[in-house]
Design a protein around this ligand. Structure first.
Ligand code: PLP
Length: 390
C-alpha cells in the first residue's frame, strides 16, 4: 500500500543513532544542544529549545506566554487538536477564527472579527497548514492592536519561507515558533519538538520549564541562604523556581533528527516537485481541485490536500477512500475541524462563522506525498483518481 505519508531513513541516520548508543550519553548530553543550534541556524532564530514533542512545545509556549484561566487563545479550526489543547493545559479557552478559502490558513480578517467579538484573546496560534506559511504580517498587525502574543504552529512547516525570504521559525512576526519531528513531518526524530524564539528571557524560561522548573546554570538563585555556605556556593545545590515538566528530548532522538536535518533540502525539493507534478496531472479534472495551488515556492508541502465534490459524483468520501485503498492507495482527511470534536462541542468554542473550514472539510482529501514517493507511484495514484472521477 502507498501510505499518505511516510518518513525516510538511510544508513547515515541509523549510524548516527548507533553512535549515540555506543558513546553512552542517552539524554541530557551534547546532541541536544547540537540539534538546537543547527535548527536555530537553519531557520535564522537566536534561540531554540528542543522538547519531547510538538505538543509539549505548544504547551510550554502557552506557559511562557503567561496564559491562564482568564485568557482566550485564538486559532484555526482546521488543525490538529494539539493547536488548541495547549490552551486547555494552562486553563485558557480556545476561540476559533475561520480560514481563508485560498490558503486554508487562519484569516487575519476573521481574527480581527474574533478579537472584536470576544474579549480576552491574549494569544494566537497561527498554524501553517500543510506547510504553507500564514499571512504573518496580517496576523501580527491584528495581534499587536489587540495585545495578543503570536505563536506559530509550524509543525508542518520546517523549511517553508515567508514572502521576505526568511524561513519559518525566524520569528520575524512572532514571539515563538513551534515545530514537530513526528515521523510524518519534514524530518523525523521518532517523537520530538522544538520552540524557536529571539527573546532571551523566554528562552531561559523554556529551558527551566522543560526540566521541572529547576534552575539552569545561569539562572539567578532565589534562595541565597540555602545556596551558599560561608560565602561559597554549594556545588550540589539546585532549586525549583516554578512548576515545570519533564519535556526533555533524548540524545538518541536528537542524533536522528540532526542527521535528518542534513537531508532536509533534498526532502523539501522532492516534496515540491511532487506537488507541482500533482498540480499538472490533476489540472482541469472535473470534480477535483487542488486545495492550495499558490505558494509552491514557499510551502514545505507537508501534505497535498484536494477538494472533491463527492456528492456530485454520487458517492461518499468513505467509498472513494475505500476504492483507492482497494487499489493500494492510502489517503487521509486533514482535519476534522476542532469545533466538531465532542470535547470542544461541550466546551462551546464555536462563536463565529467557520463556513470556510466547514465547506473545506466536506470535500477534503489528502493524497500521498512524501520524499520517497516515485513518479511511477504518483502516476498510479493519478490514474486511479481519474478512473474514480469518471
Ligand atoms: C498542526 C500540528 N500541531 C501540532 C502537532 C503536534 O505535534 P506532535 O505530534 O509532535 O506532538 C501536530 C502533529 O501531530 C500538528 O499537525
Amino acid at each position: 500500500v502507498i501510505p499518505y505519508g511516510q518518513h525516510y531513513l538511510d544508513d547515515e541516520d541509523i549510524a548516527a543513532v548507533v553512535n549515540v548508543l555506543r558513546q553512552g550519553v542517552l539524554t541530557q548530553g551534547p546532541k541536544i544542544a547540537e540539534f538546537e543550534e543547527a535548527v536555530a541556524a537553519y531557520v535564522g532564530a537566536r534561540y531554540a529549545v528542543a522538547l519531547s514533542s510538538g505538543t509539549a512545545a505548544l504547551h510550554l509556549a502557552c506557559v511562557a506566554a503567561n496564559l491562564g484561566p482568564a485568557d482566550r487563545l485564538a486559532t484555526s479550526p482546521l488543525t490538529f487538536v494539539a493547536s488548541a489543547n495547549c490552551a486547555r493545559y494552562v486553563g485558557a479557552s480556545p476561540v476559533l477564527a475561520d480560514i481563508a478559502q485560498d490558503t486554508l490558513n487562519l484569516s487575519p480578517e476573521a481574527l480581527r472579527e474574533a478579537a472584536k467579538a470576544m474579549p480576552g484573546i491574549r494569544a494566537v496560534v497561527a498554524v501553517h497548514f500543510a506547510g504553507l506559511p500564514c499571512d504573518m504580517t496580517g496576523i501580527r498587525d491584528v495581534a499587536e492592536q489587540a495585545g495578543m502574543v503570536v505563536i506559530e504552529d509550524a509543525a508542518h512547516a520546517l523549511g517553508a519561507t515567508y514572502p521576505s525570504g526568511r524561513r519559518v521559525g525566524s520569528c520575524e512576526n512572532s514571539s515563538m515558533t513551534v515545530f514537530s519531528f513526528h515521523p510524518v513531518k519534514s524530518i523525523a526524530a521518532g517523537e520530538g519538538g522544538m520552540i524557536t524564539t529571539n527573546d532571551q528571557s523566554i528562552y531561559r524560561r523554556l529551558l527551566r520549564l522543560r526540566s521541572h522548573g529547576i534552575n539552569k546554570d545561569e539562572d539567578q538563585l532565589l534562595n541565597i541562604a540555602a545556596a551558599n555556605e560561608q560565602g561559597e556556593p554549594n556545588l550540589w545545590y539546585y532549586e525549583m523556581q516554578e512548576l515545570g515538566w519533564n519535556y526533555r528530548i533524548t540524545d538518541i532522538q536528537s542524533a536522528l533528527a540532526l542527521s535528518q536535518l542534513g537531508k532536509l533540502e533534498r526532502f523539501l525539493e522532492r516534496r515540491r516537485q511532487l506537488a507541482v507534478r500533482y498540480d499538472r496531472l490533476l489540472k482541469d479534472l472535473p470534480g477535483l481541485q487542488p486545495a492550495q495551488r499558490d505558494g509552491r515556492a514557499s510551502s514545505a508541502h507537508h501534505i497535498y490536500p484536494v477538494l472533491i465534490d463527492f456528492s456530485a459524483l454520487g458517492t461518499t468520501r468513505t467509498r472513494f477512500m475505500m476504492e483507492l485503498r482497494r487499489r493500494g492507495i492510502g489517503t487521509q482527511v486533514h482535519y476534522v475541524p476542532l469545533h466538531m470534536h465532542p470535547y470542544y462541542q461541550q466546551l462551546g468554542i464555536k462563536f463565529l462563522s467557520l463556513s470556510n473550514a466547514e465547506s473545506y472539510y466536506r470535500q477534503a482529501l489528502s493524497l500521498p506525498l512524501y520524499y520517497s514517493l516515485t513518479d511511477a507511484q504518483q502516476d498510479e495514484i493519478v490514474v486511479a483518481i481519474k478512473d474514480l472521477l469518471s
